[in-house]
Design a protein around this ligand. Sequence first.
Ligand code: C2E
Ligand code: CA
Ligand code: CA
Ligand code: CA
Length: 278
Amino acid sequence: ESKKIKNSAHIFASEMQEGFLKNITIEQELRKAISNHELFMVYQPQITAEGFYYGAEALIRWNSPLLGNVPPDHFIPLAEASGLMLKIGRLIVEMVCNDVNELHQKLQHPFHVSINISVRQFMDPHFLEHMLHVFKKTQTQYLNITLEVTENLFIEDLHYILPLLHQIRDMGIEISMDDFGTGYSSLSMLRQLPINELKIDKSFVDTIAHDVASAKMIQNIITIGKNLNMHLLAEGVETKEQKDILTTFGCDRFQGYYFSKPLPKEELFHFFSKHPFT
Ligand code: C2E
Ligand code: CA
Ligand code: CA
Ligand code: CA
């Protein structure tokens, strides 16, 4: 019996070591990926309740020659932990600006783009300064930009975060609260936040058609958001049924595989050219 425990402890230790080594490899490769242009953005279309496309969420992709496609769920946390996130975050803003400018020109029509901003990135003392520098350098019209932040941002020092969010919003950049309902949140705090949009997390959307409790909860979130004059965007919408229920509840923006998967910029152009656009 004790031998068994010893063995499994040993296996556990070596698995941990393996995981650790794997993460070190990923981190090393990620460093190279930044300079080797292995990172790029894809864009998932966003649509209004009336059925018009108006924008897209920018999502990062990494195609590594050594590791293959590494999902962002995997490497973004590693980048955050290793300090690489600042560099990657800056690169993301730059890639999005370049892509969006190119698409604006081709489409002859502006559209919204949402950029995910990690907590580390937002807390960087030079975050705003750098972003404005990139907008200027790339001549990006930032009135069409939304920043997606998560609830976890609001665990940080509110005396620092709130004025900065107000400053960003006063410039005409919109703020969206991503994955709403999954993290640290307080409804009383929501009232004081300069937020334009709540993104209802996919985990709630997943169960909406089959679980009365979760449907009720979404309905409440939507009502609260609307009372605070916020847009409500449902993410991860995969079926017509989900979309219809959410529409009945008053949700006004949608995103998910039911409409489109995230697309490389060339495909986004074709998608927007073929579909009704605001
Ligand atoms: P997120 O911000 O909540 O992004 C939504 C994720 O759900 C994306 O996964 C998207 O591809 C996926 N998705 C959208 N619609 C559907 C659907 O109908 N069904 C299913 N099954 N999935 C759907 P992705 O691109 O793998 O990104 C995962 C997470 O990685 C993101 O979650 C975000 O937290 C992070 N991430 C991705 N790109 C960036 C980035 O540029 N910057 C930062 N800071 N984080 C990013
Ligand atoms: Ca997001
Ligand atoms: Ca999300
Ligand atoms: Ca999510």
